[in-house]
Design a protein around this ligand. Structure first.
Ligand code: ZN
Length: 381
């Protein structure tokens, strides 16, 4: 056997070469999903991985610096690429009842209607969130029903906040929402404002379905609604910004006869649901102050106004086919999607039904979710 000179330097070089080879082979995984991993998406991954390769090449001087770069810079990128691949395989295996394909289509359709060109990717994980390097939105593993699609639209709101461009390419503030949000007093308020914008965005796109979904699925009466922290405002503040958004949407165009319906959603659907829930629970452990609550409608109106001025009008929720949808939603005969109905109208119908049937059993929930999901899928063609 030939003797090998096992110097620290030789070991370092061997490890470095191994890591570089791993990075290059990672990209070949994208071939498992040619229909999803379009050239644009491949470019996005390739550029990030090329950056990783450059970083190792230039900055790794010994095993210690190599380890530091791997931990802080390379691992986050590799994790995102792998999560994306797992999610594609998960969807291909049909383990999510087709929810992922519907979510992916819906999110990119809404982004397009917002006038945002950068496509979002969809992966799966512990909780819904967006990772901005790849514009990748996570949905939860266990969600194989229609019910949490509105939460993903909130995550898309974070993407739109960063990417919505001014219609005038010469405008001083090229990214008007991002610029508005940066006006915050400090880092905490900045993060809270981002969340409030994402809530307003989801309400603007989905109408009452979003606040209804949040109240029924997200807000935590068991914690006295006190799970606000450095990143998220309290639930009362979030629900009030959504109510404010619906009311501001009614005031956009005084000539539009249907516009009053948004304020009605706030007054007749969302606020009574919230009041009933908060009256039943022990109350908020740390309620927002009166001045905070008074400031929220004005804030909501400003955020809605940003969307009115900078996004195409077709982004906003549109009413239609509500009667047909609600009539067929509970049918066991696999009813067809009423002509011309959209995903946002289907979600509206599903959440209206759910708010009115909170004690529905598993069987009814399954039928409604299955019909709604089938309709969502049909509307993507
Ligand atoms: Zn958020």
């Amino acid at each position: 056997m030939t003797r090998v000179a096992a110097t620290p330097d030789a070991v370092f070089r061997a490890r470095k070469d191994q890591e570089l080879a791993n990075l290059r082979s990672l990209l070949s995984g994208l071939n498992i999903a040619p229909e999803e991993a379009t050239q644009e998406i491949k470019d996005r991954f390739e550029q990030q991985i090329a950056n990783c390769v450059r970083q190792i090449d230039r900055e790794a001087m010994d095993t210690t610096t190599l380890r530091e770069i791997l931990d802080s810079k390379i691992r986050p990128v590799v994790t995102e690429v792998q999560d994306y691949l797992y999610a594609v395989l998960y969807r291909q295996a049909g383990l999510d009842n087709g929810v992922g394909a519907v979510a992916h289509w819906m999110l990119n359709d809404i982004a397009r209607r917002a006038g945002v060109e950068r496509r979002v990717l969809l992966s799966i994980g512990e909780a819904e969130l967006i990772e901005h390097t790849f514009s990748m939105i996570r949905m939860r593993h266990q969600d194989a029903s229609v019910w949490r699609l509105p939460i993903l639209v909130h995550e898309l709101g974070h993407h739109v906040a960063r990417n919505l461009r001014d219609v005038n390419p010469n405008a001083f503030a090229m990214l008007p929402v991002k610029t508005y949000l940066e006006d915050a007093r400090d880092a905490r308020e900045h993060r809270h404002l981002h969340e409030l914008f994402a809530d307003v965005f989801a309400t603007y796109v989905l109408g009452a379905a979003y606040p209804t979904c949040v109240i029924i699925q997200q807000a935590r009466p068991d914690q006295g609604f006190h799970d606000h922290d450095q990143t998220h405002p309290s639930w009362p503040a979030r629900v009030h910004i959504m109510l404010g958004a619906l009311r501001a949407m009614s005031a956009i165009d005084p000539k539009d006869v249907t516009a009053g319906a948004f304020a009605q959603m706030a007054d007749l659907n969302v606020e009574p649901l919230w009041s009933a829930l908060t009256a039943e629970s022990a109350g908020s452990a740390d309620p927002p102050t009166q001045p905070e609550l008074r400031a929220l409608p004005e804030r909501a109106a400003e955020l809605v106004d940003l969307l009115v001025r900078h996004a195409p009008a077709r982004l906003r929720f549109r009413f239609g086919r509500a009667y047909d949808l609600s009539r067929d939603l509970t049918s066991r005969d696999d009813p067809a999607l009423p002509e011309g109905a959209t995903i946002t109208q289907v979600l509206d119908a599903a959440w209206r039904w759910r708010a009115n049937n909170l004690s529905a059993n598993d069987n009814d929930l399954t039928i409604v979710s299955r019909n709604a999901l089938r309709w969502c899928e049909a509307s993507t063609h």
